[in-house]
Design a protein around this ligand. Structure first.
Ligand SMILES: C[S@@+](CC[C@H](N)C(=O)[O-])C[C@H]1O[C@@H](n2cnc3c(N)ncnc32)[C@H](O)[C@@H]1O
Length: 251
C-alpha cells in the first residue's frame, strides 16, 4: 500500500464503522467468524482496521487475537475503543495490534487456528502473496476466510474510480476460477463459497441512491440471506464478492 492509501485509512480511523452491522453483508462476516472460531485459540485478522471484529473475537472466544493493519491510526483507534468500552483485562491482554502489511505477516508458520481478511484483499496489487500468507500462518486443519472481489461486476467501475481518486493503485478483483485454483495450489479446500453483491451496485446508481426503499428491499435488516444474497446464489458469476471458507489441508 502506498502512503496515500495509508493516509486515507489513518484519516478515517476515528469514524470508521465499529458495529458488526445488521445488514446481511456485514452480518455474514461476523457470522463466519462465530461459526469457525474455536474457544481459547489463536485468531489473525488481516486488515482488521479499528478492531471491528478483533475486539469481539478476543472477548467472546477468549482467543489470542492479532489485529494486523497497515494503518497505525486504525490500530490506535482499536486500542482506544478497547479502553473506552472497558474491555476486561484478560481480553485486553489477548488483543494484539500489529502494524504490518498483508503480503508480509509477522506471524509464525502454522500458528493460528483461524485467519481472515475482510474488505482488504481487493485493494492489494499483490493479493496472491497476501492470500499465501494467510494460508501460511494457519495450522493444518485450520480455517482461512477470504473476501475476494469478483471480476464480473459493474460496481468495480465506481469503486475503482473512488479509490484511484484517493491515491490508491486501484481495485483488484479476480475471477472465481483463478481464486479457486490459487486456493487449491496453496493447499486449501474450500468448504463454503458464499457469493454476495449482485444487486448492491445498483444502489450506487443515480436514482436508486435517492430512495432508501431500494436499500431496504435489497438489504432488509435481519434477513439472512437478504434479497441480494439470494440473487447472488442464483447468479454467482455476477457477484461483487465471494466469501471463501478454506480449510488448510495436512491434518
Ligand atoms: C475497508 S477497511 C476493512 C476493515 C475491516 N476488516 C472491516 O471489514 O470492516 C480495509 C482495511 O485494510 C487495511 N489495509 C489496507 N491495505 C493493507 C495492507 N497492505 N496490509 C494490511 N492492512 C491493509 C486498511 O488500513 C483498512 O483498515
Amino acid at each position: 500500500m502506498n502512503t496515500n492509501s495509508q493516509r486515507h485509512f489513518d484519516s478515517r480511523a476515528t469514524n470508521y464503522e465499529t458495529e458488526i452491522g445488521e445488514e446481511y453483508p456485514q452480518w455474514l462476516k461476523w457470522h463466519l467468524i462465530e461459526k469457525y472460531t474455536p474457544q481459547g485459540g489463536c485468531a489473525v485478522d488481516v486488515g482488521g482496521g479499528n478492531g471491528r471484529h478483533a475486539i469481539d473475537t478476543a472477548l467472546k472466544f477468549e482467543c489470542d487475537t492479532f489485529c494486523i493493519d497497515l494503518s497505525e491510526g486504525m490500530l490506535v483507534a482499536m486500542n482506544n475503543r478497547a479502553n473506552a468500552i472497558s474491555l476486561p483485562k484478560d481480553a485486553v491482554h489477548r488483543l494484539h495490534a500489529i502494524c504490518a502489511s498483508a503480503p508480509s505477516l509477522p506471524v509464525k508458520d502454522s500458528s493460528a487456528d483461524i485467519a481472515w481478511s475482510y474488505a482488504t484483499l481487493l485493494l492489494l496489487p499483490d493479493q496472491d502473496t497476501a492470500i499465501a500468507e494467510l494460508m501460511r500462518v494457519v495450522k493444518p486443519g485450520g480455517i482461512v476466510i477470504l473476501d475476494i472481489g469478483n471480476v464480473w461486476n459493474f460496481g468495480w467501475l465506481y469503486w475503482r474510480r473512488y479509490y484511484r481518486k484517493r491515491g490508491f493503485p486501484g481495485i483488484f478483483p479476480i475471477s472465481r476460477t483463478r481464486a479457486t485454483s490459487l486456493i487449491d495450489n496453496l493447499g486449501g479446500d474450500i468448504i463454503e463459497d458464499i457469493p454476495t453483491g449482485v444487486l448492491s451496485p445498483f444502489l450506487l446508481l443515480p436514482f436508486f441512491d435517492k430512495y432508501p426503499v431500494f436499500r431496504r428491499l435489497i438489504h432488509k435488516n435481519g434477513r439472512y440471506p437478504d434479497l441480494d444474497g439470494i440473487v447472488s446464489k442464483w447468479m454467482p458469476l455476477f457477484a461483487t464478492r465471494h466469501y471463501f471458507v478454506v480449510k488448510k489441508r495436512g491434518l
